[in-house]
Design a protein around this ligand. Structure first.
Ligand code: HEC
Ligand code: HEC
Ligand code: HEC
Length: 343
C-alpha cells in the first residue's frame, strides 16, 4: 500500500509516496490460505485446488512480470461497481488464453482471505503485492440495491459499499466454484469457556478460568457410578481425593461421624440408608443441622416429592452431589416387599 506522507524540511514541503508494504502475520499460527493449496501457472494465474477456481495473481491494472505483480496501473484501475460490472460485460478481459474472466462472488473472494495476516490479509506468495484496500465482489447487497459487497484486504473484513461512488480494486476469477467444507473461522477471543466449564459450578466470567486445570483432564481415571458420573465416595475411599477443612494448609482433618440411619418409609422401594460417614467426610454438621434436618431420627417429613423440588436430600443431590436418578445409591436396603432387583 502506498500512502502520501507530507514531509516538511526547513520551509520546503514535499509530498512523497512511501510504500507501506510490510505484511503482519500472527506468529506461530498456521496460515488459513497456504501456498500449497494453489497450482501456480507461469502465465500469472493460480488454480486453487480447494475451490477449483482459477485466479489472476495480480489485481486488475497490475502487471505480471513473470515472478511478481508490479504496480502498473493498479491505482488507476479502481472502479465503481457499475463500471467494473459493465466494463467486463462490454469488453471481456482476455488473459492466459481465456475470455471468461469475471468478478468473484462474496463466497469466492472470501476463500482468499487469511485472517492470520493483515496489510494485506491474504497469501502474498500467491497474490504478490496485493493492495491493502477494498476489492469488489459481483454481489449486490440484498437489503439496499445501491450497495454491493466488497472485502477490505487490509483487515479481511466484509462490508457493503455504495456501488456508484466507491472506487475499489478488482481481482478476476474464472471457473466453477466448489465451496470448501466450512471450517471454524479463527476468532480472536481471550477466554473461550469450554462447555464442561459452563457447568453451573465454574464462574465462566472469571479471569482465572483459563489458568484452572481443565475438569475433564483433572477427572480422568476417577471412579464412575453406574450412571457414568464421578463416584466421589469411592474416589475418597481410594485416596484419590482428600477433602480439607480450610482452603489454607493445616486446617486439620474432617470431623467424621460414623453412624447410619435407615429410613423405611419408601413403600416397595428398598429402604434408604443415610450414612453420616459418607457425608461428614466432606461436610460440617452445620451444613445440615439444624437448617435442613432436625437432628433427630424420624423428625423430618422427608419424601421424594420434596427431594425432587430441591428440599432435604435434594438441597445437594442432583446439584453438587450425585443425581436423584441414581436411585439405588440411596435406596439400597432390601426388605420383604422390595423386588429382588428393581433397577
Ligand atoms: C448431609 C447432612 C448431614 C450432616 C452433614 C450431618 N447430619 Fe446428622 N443427620 C442427618 C439426617 C438426614 C439425619 C436423620 C434425620 C431424620 O431421620 O429425620 C441426622 C440425624 C442426626 C442425629 C439424630 C440421630 C438420632 O438417632 O436421632 C444426630 C445426633 C446427628 N445427626 C448429629 C450429627 C453430627 C454431630 C454431625 C456432624 C459431625 C452431623 N449430624 C452431620 C443429616 C446430616
Ligand atoms: C439422595 C437420596 C435418594 C435418592 C437418589 C432417591 N431417593 Fe427415594 N427417598 C429418599 C428418602 C430420604 C425418602 C424418604 C424415606 C423416609 O422418610 O423414610 C425416599 C422415599 C421414596 C419413596 C417413598 C414415597 C415418597 O414419595 O417419598 C419412593 C417411592 C422413592 N423414594 C422412590 C425413589 C426413586 C424411584 C428414585 C430414583 C428415581 C429415588 N427414590 C431416589 C431418598 C432418595
Ligand atoms: C449438604 C449436602 C447434602 C445433603 C443435604 C445430603 N447429602 Fe448425601 N451426599 C452429599 C455428598 C457431598 C456426598 C458425597 C459426594 C457424592 O457422592 O456426590 C453424599 C453422599 C451420599 C451417599 C453415599 C453414596 C455412596 O455411594 O456411598 C448417600 C447414600 C447419600 N448421600 C444419601 C443422602 C440422603 C438419603 C440424604 C437425605 C436424607 C442426603 N444424602 C442429603 C451431600 C449431601
Amino acid at each position: 500500500m502506498r500512502a502520501s506522507i507530507g514531509c516538511c524540511l526547513a520551509l520546503v514541503c514535499v509530498l512523497v509516496s512511501v510504500p507501506l508494504s510490510a505484511q503482519i502475520c500472527e506468529p506461530g499460527v498456521a496460515p488459513t490460505v497456504p501456498t500449497v493449496r494453489f497450482t501456480l501457472h507461469p502465465d500469472g494465474t493460480a488454480t486453487d485446488t480447494l475451490t477449483g477456481l482459477t485466479w489472476k495473481r495480480c489485481a486488475q491494472g497490475q502487471l505480471w512480470d513473470g515472478t511478481t505483480c508490479t504496480e502498473g496501473r493498479a491505482w488507476y484501475m479502481m472502479n465503481s461497481w457499475d463500471d467494473a460490472m459493465r466494463g467486463l460485460q462490454r469488453r471481456p478481459v482476455k488473459y492466459a488464453g481465456h475470455d471468461d474472466w469475471r468478478l468473484p462472488t462474496l463466497d469466492e473472494l472470501r476463500t482468499l482471505v487469511d485472517l492470520t495476516c493483515r496489510d494485506p490479509a491474504t497469501n502474498v506468495e500467491v497474490f504478490p503485492n496485493t493492495p491493502s484496500w477494498n476489492f469488489w465482489t459481483a454481489e449486490p447487497s440484498d437489503w439496499n440495491e445501491a450497495y454491493a459487497w466488497r472485502i477490505d484486504f487490509a483487515s479481511g473484513r466484509e462490508n457493503a459499499d455504495l456501488k456508484l461512488t466507491s472506487s475499489f480494486h478488482i481481482r478476476l476469477v474464472r471457473g466453477t466454484f466448489r465451496p470448501p467444507v466450512e471450517e471454524p473461522r479463527l476468532e480472536f477471543v481471550e477466554v473461550i469457556p469450554e462447555p464442561q466449564q459452563a457447568d453451573g459450578i465454574h464462574d465462566v466470567e472469571s479471569e482465572a478460568l483459563a489458568t484452572l486445570q481443565d475438569p475433564q483432564e483433572a477427572l480422568q481415571g476417577f471412579p464412575r457410578s453406574s450412571a457414568g458420573s464421578i463416584d466421589w465416595v469411592r474416589a475418597l475411599q481410594a485416596g484419590i481425593v482428600s477433602p480439607r477443612t480450610t482452603v489454607e494448609e493445616g486446617g486439620g482433618p474432617m470431623a467424621e461421624l460414623d453412624f447410619t440411619i435407615v429410613m423405611a418409609e419408601t413403600r416397595e422401594m428398598p429402604y434408604v440408608r443415610f450414612p453420616h460417614k459418607a457425608h461428614t467426610q466432606w461436610l460440617d454438621c452445620s451444613n445440615c443441622h439444624p437448617a435442613i434436618f432436625v437432628p433427630q431420627a424420624g423428625a423430618n417429613p422427608i419424601n421424594m416429592g420434596a427431594i425432587l423440588k430441591g428440599e432435604y436430600c435434594g438441597r445437594c443431590h442432583g446439584r453438587v452431589a450425585f443425581s436423584i436418578y441414581e436411585c439405588e445409591r440411596c435406596h439400597n436396603v432390601m426388605h420383604r416387599d422390595s423386588p429382588e432387583r428393581w433397577w
